[in-house]
Design a protein around this ligand. Structure first.
Ligand code: RTP
Length: 148
């Protein structure tokens, strides 16, 4: 089953949105297989966002992302990467539809609350980066009510 890496950024943690975001993923039918609150180092975050290192906003992004704890999670389910991105909403909050997490809870791109893997390949890389210890394999008793 597909997995995605979802991270609640420091603003989402500070604003008390952890429960709300977990609720949305649980209620959609995805299964939580790893989660931790962690204070990422600068190096760890620079590696996570290494594809963006030439962007002008990169130093500001790293400062923002290391300004407090993040909630790192792995969610599992059919189409988890694409569906997760849809639930987060567009990167730019002004383009995010109402009903999405960013559309409902933020205003600026530099404080956009959450991250989600953009592909299965990125997810595998990000999961290994944030959870080198691995994830928890468990059977959900609800599976037959979610998948036909
Ligand atoms: P993320 O990785 O955080 O899920 O975001 P994304 O794929 O939707 O967007 P990406 O282009 O990878 O940008 C990563 C994060 O950098 C910040 N950003 N700031 N100031 C700016 O113009 C700007 N553009 C992007 C955002 O926090 C974005 O989520």
């Amino acid at each position: 089953m597909e997995r995605t890496y979802i991270m609640i950024k420091p603003d989402g943690v500070q604003r008390g949105l952890v429960g709300e975001i977990i609720k949305r993923f649980e209620q959609k039918g995805f299964k939580l297989v790893a989660m931790k609150i962690t204070m990422p180092s600068k190096e760890h975050m620079e590696t996570h966002y290494e594809d963006l290192k030439t962007k002008k906003f990169f130093p500001g992004l790293i400062a923002y992302m290391t300004s407090g704890p993040v909630c790192a999670m792995v969610w599992e389910g059919k189409g988890a990467c694409l569906e997760g991105r849809k639930m987060l909403g567009a990167t730019m909050p002004s383009d995010s539809a109402m009903g999405t997490i960013r559309g409902d809870y933020c205003i600026e791109v530099g404080r956009n609350i959450c991250h989600g893997s953009d592909s299965v390949e990125s997810a595998n890389k990000e999961i290994a980066h944030w959870f080198p210890e691995g994830v928890c394999e468990w059977e959900s008793c609800e599976a037959s009510w979610i998948y036909e």
